[in-house]
Design a protein around this ligand. Structure first.
Ligand SMILES: Cc1ncc(COP(=O)(O)O)c(C=O)c1O
Length: 335
């Protein structure tokens, strides 16, 4: 496999994935297969009503050859919260970890070598298999987990992107499901996302659906802003609790920065030294320009990545790649 040519996408390897089925009140034993497809009933609640949740996490190989997954229990807990909100069977911590570890072991040859421009990504998906024609809670589901090597976002080094504020479409409702990682949150963002890409923007900044005055998320990533010694990120129950953002908050505190969670008004965006999106895929995507589609205002933060942001990025990357001490116990070793 040519690791350096990979895109951040599903890259087939022929490796094994796993499926568990929930029926009659219990989960089946894991079933491993190299089949990349799965039969789904035409009337399943996942296909028809979007009753489905997913996660994304990464796997790293250290110089000594150890294999680590980054904070998998956090993903397990987030998926459990999604289950509760969708009234679906829950995947326990143990089952989630078992699925991750076993799929990683069976795909170890596809973990990109240290130093290549690629990483291994795990995608757990939980979806309602129950055939039903009415919208209701289901007691039949499948939990699948697959691994794929992915190219890193920034092959030529981390660099600022252009984003757009688009209020024509809300990502989630004020009392909706923005704080859980469910499939139904992503479909409503497709149109504005596609429009942004066609106009040359890397992502859409979504504002709160009630007032459209506050920044919520940047594409499928959290929003962060730095000013002086402050690390500021939106405090909102409609923003997904990002594991990357939580980790960066801890690292910022370790660096002596003041970490503040509070609403961020669009009106104050120009006052920040630097802003960025963060998530598992890219860790940090610095934002160079924000264009507001409604007001026509353009805010520029420059073409350089701020040293503070770079330090945060490298601190997290170094822990993940085993180059820095894992002081907070974020790495889960696959034995
Ligand atoms: C809407 C949304 N916000 C934020 C994130 C970042 O979360 P994490 O850091 O856990 O990947 C993601 C990606 O999972 C996302 O889909």
């Amino acid at each position: 496999m040519n690791w350096n040519e990979l895109r951040f996408d599903f890259n087939p390897t022929g490796g094994e994935n796993v499926r568990y089925y929930f029926r009659n009140g219990e989960w089946s034993a894991p079933q491993f297969t190299t089949d990349e497809t799965i039969p789904v009933h035409i009337s399943s609640a996942a296909l028809n009503y979007g009753i489905s949740a997913f996660e994304g996490l990464k796997v790293f190989r250290t110089e000594e050859g150890k294999i680590h997954i980054f904070r998998p229990l956090e993903n397990a807990h987030r998926m459990q919260e999604a289950s509760r909100r969708l009234c679906m069977p829950e995947v326990s911590d143990e089952m989630f970890l078992e699925a991750c570890c076993e799929v990683v072991r069976r795909n170890a040859e596809f973990i990109p070598p240290l130093g290549s421009a690629a990483e291994m990504y795990l995608r757990p998906v939980l979806f309602a298999t129950k055939p039903c024609l009415t919208v209701r809670a289901v007691d039949e589901a499948a939990f699948v987990l697959f691994a794929t090597p992915v190219g890193t976002y920034f092959k030529e080094g981390i660099h600022p992107i252009k984003v757009v504020i688009d209020r024509s479409q809300d990502r989630v409702a004020p009392r909706g499901t923005g704080d859980v990682k469910i499939a139904a949150n992503y479909a409503p963002s497709i149109l504005s996302c596609e429009r942004a890409h066609r106009s040359g923007y890397g992502a859409v900044i979504y504002t709160d659906a009630l007032t459209h005055r506050y920044v919520e998320e940047c594409g499928a990533a959290n929003f962060i802003a730095l000013r002086g010694n402050q690390y500021i990120t939106p405090d909102s129950h409609t923003v997904l609790p990002s594991i990357t953002n939580n980790s960066l908050c801890q690292l910022a505190a370790d660096m002596g920065m003041e970490v503040i969670r509070r609403p961020i008004a669009v009106d104050e965006l120009a006052d920040f030294d630097t802003v960025a999106a963060c998530g598992t895929g890219a860790i940090i995507s610095p934002i160079g320009t924000i264009f507001d589609l409604d007001t026509g205002e353009k805010i520029s933060y420059g073409d350089e990545v701020s040293p503070r942001l770079l330090e945060l990025y490298h601190r997290l990357l170094d822990i993940q790649h085993g180059r820095a001490e894992d002081k907070h116990g974020w790495l889960y070793e696959v034995k």
